[in-house]
Design a protein around this ligand. Structure first.
Ligand code: C2E
Ligand code: MG
Ligand code: MG
Ligand code: MG
Length: 285
């Protein structure tokens, strides 16, 4: 109960200090403005390949740098963006910015990794999604094989035929597809044999307790072996502790993301700390 009170208190202070939006309409208006005025920014979190100790991918994660409220995390505005339809223009902004950033890094000859971009279910189900995405990719001039789209199971369970068509179109362009938050959706596994998928990202909720909960460990293990059998990459999300990393190595997990290596960081910070990382002695693997 004490913990509960503490939590509520924190929220209250947070609200007092930051004067949040008075209502949803105001927030929506401001978010619409934010997309146009470039108040959104992308942070990047590295994905590490355990066999080599190399970073192989950076996941782009959006933040809203609000002029008075400061940095707002995606969980506080993505749901509203989805409800209001703003997710379509937000998603286009994210993809364009990620592509442009990759082009900048290529030109600078640094951070030569794949870029993973999150695609919301509403965005994925939008009829024009694949064409818009391909248009952005062509406009920015990025080689599509540098891109991975992270989609969730709920994105692909609506209409099997449409989904296959969209995924194959993207795949034929050279874009990789990963299933984000794998294991917490309500879908059957049937889709795995029909869809061109390159990667399963084990949801953090399983990973966070693998040291102490044998069910979570069993599920994590099963997903890793499923991935091996299907010949897809498996990423453990949310790895925070060395003990978790040790277990993941034992279970033959191939790649990890998480605070243990790095939280998502700004472009400035990732350029400062992770360029040349792959040429340095490996820190944690
Ligand atoms: P996600 O795609 O599953 O991203 C992973 C989230 O887990 C990120 O939160 C990341 O900061 C957090 N995380 C990573 N490692 C750890 C760890 O070791 N411990 C803990 N506790 N957390 C960790 P973030 O950046 O707040 O994003 C939350 C969610 O918002 C994302 O989950 C994704 O679903 C959504 N999101 C973020 N950016 C975008 C975007 O550009 N477009 C769309 N459609 N959704 C986005
Ligand atoms: Mg993701
Ligand atoms: Mg995830
Ligand atoms: Mg997610």
């Amino acid at each position: 109960a004490a913990k509960q009170t503490g939590k509520n208190k924190l929220v209250a202070y947070h609200s007092l200090l930051q004067q949040p939006f008075t209502n949803q309409v105001q927030m929506e208006t401001e978010l619409r403005q934010a997309i146009i005025e470039n108040q959104l920014m992308l942070y990047y979190q590295p994905r590490l390949e355990l066999s080599t100790g190399n970073i192989i991918c950076l996941e782009a994660l959006v933040r809203w740098n609000h002029p008075t409220l400061g940095l707002i995390p995606p969980n506080e505005f993505i749901p509203l963006a989805e409800e209001s339809g703003l997710i379509l223009s937000l998603g286009e902004w994210v993809l364009r910015e990620a592509c442009l950033q990759k082009v900048r890094w290529l030109e600078a000859g640094i951070l030569n990794y794949q870029i993973a971009v999150n695609i919301s279910p509403c965005q994925f189900q939008d009829e024009g999604f694949s064409d818009k995405a391909i248009h952005i990719i062509e406009k920015t001039g990025i080689d599509p094989s540098y891109l991975e789209f992270e989609i969730t199971e709920s994105s692909i369970m609506q209409n099997m035929e449409t989904t296959i068509a969209v995924l194959e179109k993207l795949c034929n362009k050279g874009i990789s597809i990963s299933i984000d938050d794998f294991g917490i959706g309500y879908s059957s596994l049937n889709y795995l044999k029909h869809f061109p998928i390159h990667c399963l990202k084990i949801d953090r909720s399983f990973v966070q307790n693998i040291q102490c909960n044998k069910d979570d460990l069993a599920i994590t293990n099963a997903i890793i072996h499923l991935g091996h059998a299907l010949n897809v990459q498996v990423v453990a999300e949310g790895v925070e502790e060395l003990s978790q990393l040790e277990i993941l190595k034992e279970t033959t997990c191939t790649t990890i993301q998480g605070y243990l290596l790095s939280p998502p960081v700004s472009v400035y910070e990732i350029e400062r700390s992770f360029d040349q990382y792959n040429n340095r002695p490996v820190m944690i693997s």
